[in-house]
Structures are given as structure tokens and as C-alpha cells.
Write a protein that binds this ligand. Structure first.
Ligand code: CIZ
Ligand code: SF4
Length: 311
């Protein structure tokens, strides 16, 4: 392992490349990151950097977003198989059908969509800014794709009509209300933070019985929100309801605090595909390069830019 890491560092310097790593990646991948974060933060970072080569350790829609926001750079996804099941749940044809049923609705798409679907949308959002985007958009009726759970979460904050799609994240879907009840019994002094991709019943339970203890309060947060929360709150014990990869970063950055998964550790198999040897070959052979049709790229960029204007 030492050798691979040395080789990665050497190649990275030689090629002036930057390695961007998502919060859910394997620990050894997080350890070689130049920047670590959520999809939005990393894409913004990609567009600010002056380097020409970006190795994006995450899943395809994230590397695509980075490419769309910085088209002049070469963006590499080290493992070609790293897709997202939620993103693949909605196709352009399915979205077009939904649009024709609701011609007066605006379309908001979660960043967890493929580039061709983004191109059909008015504005993108992430879990960190979905509420803000929906509140800022003029339309009173909004088609929201693909995550039904995030759509339901957003509906709590607006009188606008949200038309959800039937997508979901299979990892967050596994977290149950029973997990919340048990965790509250086992860790009486801990606060609970959950991701808005969790099922409505899970979020209902966390919000309805929201508890404050030892300087923290139960919250619904995006992954970067969780990272900020862990740093700034006084809570010493935190139960985390999202993909388990984030616990490595939480523990590393907050060695004085205790973190537990909400129920058994739930793992996204796509997020765990990327290995150190994938990163090495990604640097060596500059594969697999993200390529997006020009027209799709321009239209998808409009939706991403609009999100950045709104937030
Ligand atoms: O936007 C992201 O990076 C994802 C998938 C989750 C989050 O909340 O950060
Ligand atoms: Fe997709 Fe869920 Fe995996 Fe994120 S955790 S990449 S939303 S399947």
C-alpha cells in the first residue's frame, strides 16, 4: 500500500493533477485527497482550480458536474463502474412524459442525475440547498426529480406544489424508524443527525421528537452540513444517519467526539468501488475521461449555474 501511495503522489506532482474525494469514499482514498467534500463543494472547487487534470473519486454524476462547471479541464473518473442507482432511476424520456403532464410546472433536479437529465431541467439543487432553490424559484408548481424523499423533505418548507418522482437512494432507504427508536434508547446522551435522502418516516420521527442534549440538537443535514455540525456543536456523542463512509472523516476531524451509525453501517457499493490502484491508473493513463455531448453540456450548465445564482 505504501508503494501505491508513493506512486500516486509522484505522478500527481509530475502531472500537476488534483484529487477530489467525496465524503463517502473509502478511508484510504480520503487520506490521499487534495480536497474532500460533497458534490457541490467539489464541483465548485474544480472550477476554481487552475490545474488541467482532475481525478474525481466519487460517482459519475459528480464527475460530470465538475466537468460541466469546468469544461476546459480533463476530468477523470477512476472507476468506470461507479454510477449512482438513484441517478439512473430517471431517464430523459420519463422526465419528458412528466413534463407533458404538467406543462405549467418548473423542473428542479437533484444533482444526483445524469447530465442528459440535467439538460432537461430548469435548475439543479443539492441536499444542502434544495429548500433555498425551491423557495427562490418563481413557479408555484415544481416537478422534483428523482428523489421522492428529498422532495418530501423540501415540501415541509414551502406551500408550493411539489410533484415528486419515484426515485430514492437504496442506501438511505435501508435506515428505518426502528433504527431511530433503538438508537435513542441505546445512546441516551447522543444527538441524531440524518440525511434528507432518508425515508419520510425516519425524518418525521427525528423532527417530531427533536431532542437537544449536551450542547447539540437533532438535525436533518447534507454531508457537508454534518461535517460543519460536528465541528461547531458541543455535542460529544453523535448518531449519524447516512452512508457510513462519512464516519471516517467525522472521527478524524473530531477525535474528542464519539460517532455511531444509525442502525447497522449502510454502505453504497458504488461509492466503495474506487481503490488506490484505480487512482494510480487514473493518473497514469488518464482514464476514464468524462466526455459530454456539447449541447447537453451547455444546457446542463444552465441548470447548474442557475442553482449557483439562487444560493
Ligand atoms: O451532494 C452530495 O454530495 C451527496 C450525494 C450527498 C450530500 O449530502 O452531500
Ligand atoms: Fe447514489 Fe445513494 Fe450511492 Fe449516493 S449513496 S451514490 S445517492 S446510491
Amino acid at each position: 500500500m505504501e508503494n501505491v501511495i508513493e506512486n500516486i503522489k509522484e505522478l500527481k506532482t509530475k502531472k500537476s493533477a488534483i484529487i477530489l474525494v467525496h465524503n463517502y469514499q473509502r478511508p484510504e482514498i480520503q487520506d490521499i485527497a487534495d480536497y474532500i467534500g460533497d458534490s457541490l463543494g467539489l464541483s465548485k472547487k474544480a472550477s476554481e482550480l487552475t490545474c488541467k487534470l482532475i481525478i474525481f473519486c466519487g460517482v459519475k454524476f459528480m464527475a460530470e458536474s465538475a466537468k460541466i462547471l469546468s469544461p476546459q479541464k480533463k476530468v477523470i473518473l477512476p472507476n468506470k463502474q461507479a454510477g449512482c442507482q438513484m441517478a439512473d432511476m430517471v431517464t430523459v424520456d420519463e422526465l419528458k412524459q412528466l413534463k407533458s403532464k404538467h406543462p405549467d410546472a418548473a423542473v428542479v433536479c437533484y444533482v444526483n442525475t445524469n447530465a442528459d437529465v440535467k439538460a432537461e431541467c430548469d435548475v439543479c439543487c443539492t441536499s444542502a440547498n434544495a429548500v433555498k432553490v425551491v423557495q427562490n424559484i418563481e413557479a408555484k408548481k415544481i416537478i422534483f426529480v428523482p428523489d421522492k424523499n428529498l422532495a418530501n423533505y423540501v415540501q415541509r418548507f414551502t406551500d408550493k406544489e411539489i410533484i415528486p418522482y419515484n426515485g430514492y437512494c437504496y442506501v438511505h432507504e435501508k435506515i428505518t424508524p426502528e433504527d431511530v427508536k433503538q438508537a435513542r434508547q441505546i445512546h441516551k446522551e447522543a444527538v441524531i443527525i440524518v440525511h434528507p435522502e432518508c425515508r419520510k418516516e425516519v425524518i418525521d420521527l427525528v423532527v417530531a421528537e427533536r431532542k437537544s442534549c449536551s450542547g447539540g440538537t437533532d438535525e436533518v443535514l447534507s454531508t457537508d452540513g454534518m461535517i460543519r455540525y460536528a465541528k461547531s456543536s458541543n455535542a460529544k456523542k453523535i448518531i449519524v444517519g447516512t452512508e457510513e463512509g462519512i464516519l471516517y472523516r467525522l472521527k478524524k476531524e473530531n477525535p474528542d467526539k464519539l460517532f455511531y451509525t444509525l442502525g447497522p453501517a449502510r454502505m453504497c457499493k458504488n461509492m466503495k468501488l474506487t481503490t488506490l490502484s484505480d487512482v494510480y491508473f487514473a493518473l497514469l493513463e488518464e482514464q476514464y475521461e468524462i466526455e459530454i455531448d456539447e449541447q447537453i453540456k451547455d444546457r446542463a450548465k444552465r441548470a447548474l449555474d442557475k442553482m449557483l445564482d439562487y444560493t
